[in-house]
Design a protein around this ligand. Structure first.
Ligand code: SAH
Ligand code: SF4
Ligand code: F3S
Length: 472
């Protein structure tokens, strides 16, 4: 697949920052600190993008609010992966007419994956007059310029041209947490799974340079972050588009070498490219969390082929075996699609049997959602929605019972966990994560947030563990 890497020149990014400073001094002259609300849908990649948008918005001199009626700027960062997400987003965008009626100066921007689809950009243009600015993922780096144009011209701005995508280094970031951080290591996807919209809206696969990623990881560790998640649609192909001769396993090792007590997580791993080298590296790197999210999508070879996944059930199970041989306690999670066009009950039974055989700690399950422009959306789909729902419920029940068993096995064990926040509830007021990423509720003081502590597991349910803090 021919793709010429496009890196945004630093002079361009400086120009964007200068626009931010201009806007900021304008706001200061007017003697007011405007407020912004950034709402995010979709995956962690989108969360990471929103942190960059907030970085720009902060430079512009805005404060932040979670109340849309208070906001002078609302940015909705959208997802297109399933119809359900899009319906919710459109409903919420439509409802902004009320906020706009109260504050005619409110500027509404909609960005992200959903608007990168031409039919959706058109829909916003025709039927959602409340929206002032629309820009796709490829334009995020020039948000300040787009915002200023929409604000100053009072004309609607649409920046959604199709593109293979760019790499922009050094955007400002305003991170949402102080314990856990997202770190995008690559963008886009080349896999074109037949059901998936992501490659169409996120462009071609492109990796950030090795040294840039390691430098950002180092600065996160120095800033006190304890849990760093490396993000990409398929992290296992990291580096393939660069001429640096280093792969994802090398990247984990380099980050593992950064001094400090912290955890390295990553997602998502495509089973087609998961190598023994990766598992070995995970096992050898003491800071790498022993968790792998390895989306299988289906247990039927026939369906995997139709999905264009490039692996079969046997190869997948072999990978799971290798991972468990090297890391006996590894936590395994997955994604599964139920009701892919043409899937039969016997294909679905193969999914159930694979799930039983692997025994996932947790699963994310979805009913197939046809995405306009993808090959699977054109396939005959004879199984009714009701039938798919029955299969789906069966799968969820199986998954819950396995998760319950896995959690029960933690009872009485003492684990090293990272306290990452407050639950907002009385009683079990703290939340923590095990090395493998399982949620643990604890009772304790807020000063423990950001610390690794030992916890003895005393209770559990399908979704979480409950524990008591052990004094050292
Ligand atoms: N890059 C990741 C997945 C990103 S999308 C990977 O390859 O694993 C997250 C999950 O959404 C996918 O794993 C898949 O299970 C689900 N998904 C994607 N497209 C879908 C569709 N059209 N209908 C239903 N589920 C879908
Ligand atoms: Fe979508 Fe497949 Fe790419 Fe994941 S690997 S983002 S499922 S096309
Ligand atoms: Fe959604 Fe885009 Fe992520 S489609 S899942 S927000 S890459």
């Amino acid at each position: 697949m021919a793709y010429t890497r496009v890196e945004i020149p630093s002079a361009e990014l400086t120009r964007q920052r200068d626009i931010c400073f201009d806007i900021r001094s304008g706001n200061e002259r007017a003697g007011r600190a405007p407020l912004a609300y950034v709402d995010t849908y979709g995956c962690q990649q989108n969360e990471a993008d929103s942190e960059e948008l907030r970085g720009y918005i902060e430079l512009m001199g805005f404060g932040f609010t979670a109340d849309e009626n208070e906001a002078d700027l609302i940015v909705i960062n959208t997802c297109a992966v399933r119809a359900h997400a899009e319906m919710r987003i459109l409903g919420n965008v439509g409802a902004l007419v009320h906020a706009k009626a109260k504050n005619p100066n409110l500027l509404v921007a909609v960005c992200g994956c959903m608007v990168q689809q031409p039919h959706m950009a058109e829909k916003l243009k025709q039927s959602f007059r409340v929206v002032d600015l629309v820009f796709g993922p490829h334009e995020l780096w020039r948000f300040p310029e787009l915002y200023k144009r929409a604000r100053d011209t009072k004309k609607r701005v649409f920046a959604v041209e199709d593109s293979d995508g760019v790499v922009a280094e050094g955007l400002p970031v305003r991170r949402s947490g102080s314990v856990k951080a997202w770190l995008s290591i690559m963008y886009g996807c080349n896999n074109f799974c037949t059901y998936c919209i992501v490659p169409y809206v996120r462009g071609r696969e492109r990796s950030r340079r090795f040294d840039d990623v390691v430098a950002e990881a180092r600065s996160l560790v120095e800033a006190g972050y304890k849990d760093i998640t490396l993000l990409g649609q398929n992290v296992n192909s990291y580096g393939r588009d660069l001429d640096e001769g280093r792969d994802f396993a090398d990247l984990i090792r380099a980050i593992n070498d950064i001094p400090g007590d912290f955890l390295i997580r990553f997602m998502t791993s495509h089973p087609r490219d998961a190598t023994e080298k990766l598992f070995r590296t995970m096992a050898e790197c003491e800071k790498c969390a022993k968790h792998i999210h390895l989306p299988v999508q289906s247990g039927s070879n026939r369906i995997l082929k139709a999905m264009n996944r490039h692996y079969g059930r046997e190869k997948y199970l072999e990978e799971v075996r290798t991972a468990r041989e090297l890391m006996p306690d590894i936590v395994l999670t997955t994604d599964i699609i139920v009701g892919f066009p043409g899937e039969t009950r016997s294909d679905f039974d193969e999914t159930l049997s694979l799930v039983r055989e692997v025994g996932y700690d947790a699963m994310f399950t979805f009913i197939f959602s046809p995405r306009e422009g993808t090959p699977a959306a054109k396939l005959p789909d004879p199984v009714s929605r009701e039938e798919k729902q029955v299969w789906f419920d069966e799968l969820v029940e199986l998954s819950n019972s396995i998760s319950g068993e896995k959690h029960a096995a933690y009872a009485g064990k003492t684990l090293r966990v990272l306290v990452d926040g407050e639950t907002g509830r009385d009683g079990y007021n703290l939340s923590a994560r095990t090395n493998g990423g399982r949620l643990v509720h604890l009772k304790g003081g807020a000063e423990l947030i950001g610390r690794f502590i030992n916890a003895k597991i005393t209770g559990w349910n399908t979704w979480a563990l409950y524990g008591e803090i052990q004094e050292d």
